[in-house]
Design a protein around this ligand. Structure first.
Ligand code: AMP
Length: 438
């Protein structure tokens, strides 16, 4: 019988050279988030099923846990793997509310699990990077602007294709529908959310059938949904549709503040647009909503999303409003690796390979390696005392830029940059690699 494992689709694992890039991306995101004072937390992988499913209202496929050794009745642990980082964060806030400082700003970069049908950009285990700010009882609006800006800055530092952050506001859409006199506002939001999958006429029919809109009202909802601009000119365009509503006014003010507030952070690489068709489906957002798209990868749908929840968590006495953005690390990076858009990193972290003259002198090579490592230079010793040509190829295949040749006497050490072929006399206690090779 063969022991060769069967590949498991939907549970991607990276080669070392891709993992090196993913770790750099995670380090870069972490640095950006910390630069803005976001503290890191890590939550456990499991949550009670009833917390995950919120009494059955959830559309995500949850993986459940059971103990193999337990008998049938006791086997069901009542636990499931979290499908995002928001649900565990909300629970963590409630559990630690007495010890946390509010407003609490946290970032979290961890895997999540969903029992979905795997495809490009859609996995059963995937890494997310989330930032949220949560307040006790209240959370001023300026945090909506802040979290979007922080994510824009963090994404701008990544070596990935152009991104478009498309923002809308639930108050704006709800107020517009209400002011227009649509009987079922929630059904209208649900219908408009289908615009990326269905033609406008089909959505108009849904607005009439499900939301109770007239043909004329349905057309105005569609007009609202076509507005997409990168400045605050949407305010005038919405006003021109002639709907009057207080909530609409508030939504317009908030959305304009987010777009304005990001104006100095955007670039060609990361843009922010007001897109009045973004609704974020059935999730319980109450104000700002956003989705992030990657140029050339629109087929992946959003690579990130988020918004404001006025009730991120509640323990009956206290309510914790929050606002946050989630970025799909796996959804973004894995397709870029597959397409060769993102350069792989080095296969090994070593900067230097110390060659081996013969097995007897392994100690000498190890001493050189120790001296280099003491100075922070990642170093490995050759696996075997093959011909130097073979040892150089060993380094080449792994992407190690320097090969060190230990001399018989300590003054005769030489180091070769195998890319240029330059070879110089060097002392392991003073030699330094090129800045870019560290
Ligand atoms: P959602 O919670 O469904 O709105 O998804 C938020 C973000 O999580 C998306 O924009 C993706 O970046 C990411 N995401 C959701 N589902 C998956 C999945 N199955 N595989 C990879 N990334 C996902």
């Amino acid at each position: 019988m063969s022991d060769k494992p069967t590949p498991l689709s939907g549970f991607p694992e990276l080669l070392p050279e891709h993992r090196a890039v993913e770790r750099r991306v995670i380090a870069s995101l972490s640095r950006s988030f910390e630069l803005h004072g976001f503290a890191n937390i890590e939550t456990r992988a499991v949550e009670p099923i009833d917390r995950l499913s919120k009494g059955g209202e959830i559309d995500k496929e949850i993986y459940m846990l059971r103990r193999l050794q337990a008998d049938d009745a006791a086997g069901d642990s009542g636990l499931g793997l979290h499908f995002d980082l928001t649900v565990p964060f909300a629970r963590y806030v409630l559990e630690n509310s007495g010890k946390l400082e509010f407003p609490f700003r946290r970032y979290q970069i961890q895997p999540a699990w969903r029992g979905e049908r795997p495809q490009e950009g859609r996995y059963r285990q995937f890494t997310q990077a989330d930032i949220d700010v949560v307040g006790r009882d209240e959370l001023p609006f300026h945090f909506d602007v802040e979290v979007v800006r922080v994510m824009v800055e963090a994404l701008d530092a990544l070596p990935i294709p152009n991104l478009s952050v498309q923002v809308n506001n639930r108050k704006l859409i709800q107020g517009f529908y209400r002011g227009l006199g649509i009987p079922d506002v929630t059904a209208a939001i649900r219908a408009i959310d289908k615009l990326d999958k269905q033609p406008a006429e089909a959505v108009a029919a849904l607005l009439v059938k499900d939301a109770g809109a007239t043909e004329e009202q349905a057309q105005r909802c569609l007009e609202l949904a076509t507005i997409r601009v990168s400045d605050t000119s949407f305010v005038e365009r919405v006003r021109a549709l002639g709907v009057d509503d207080e909530l609409l006014d508030e939504g317009l003010r908030e959305l304009a503040a987010v777009v304005d507030g990001c104006a100095t952070a955007v670039s060609d690489h990361v843009t922010v647009e007001a897109n009045l068709r973004i609704a974020r489906g059935l999730d319980y957002y109450t104000g700002t909503v956003l989705e992030i798209f990657m140029a050339g990868y629109e087929r992946l749908k959003s690579v990130g999303g988020g918004g404001r929840y006025d009730k991120l968590a509640s323990d009956g006495r206290t309510t914790y409003p929050g606002v946050g953005v989630s970025f799909g690390v796996s959804r973004t990076l894995i397709p870029l690796f597959a397409d060769g858009v993102l350069e792989p990193g080095p296969k090994v972290p070593s900067t230097v390979l110390v060659a081996l003259v013969d097995e007897e002198s392994r100690g000498t090579s190890q001493e050189v390696a120790t001296a280099l490592r003491r100075r922070g230079i990642a170093t490995e010793v050759a696996a075997s005392a093959q011909k130097f040509g073979k040892q150089i190829r060993y380094a080449e295949r792994r992407g190690i830029p320097y090969v060190w040749f230990p001399g018989v006497d300590p003054d005769r050490n030489e180091v070769k940059d195998i890319r240029s072929g330059d070879q110089v006399v060097a002392d392991p206690n003073t030699w330094t690699p090129e800045e870019t090779d560290k």
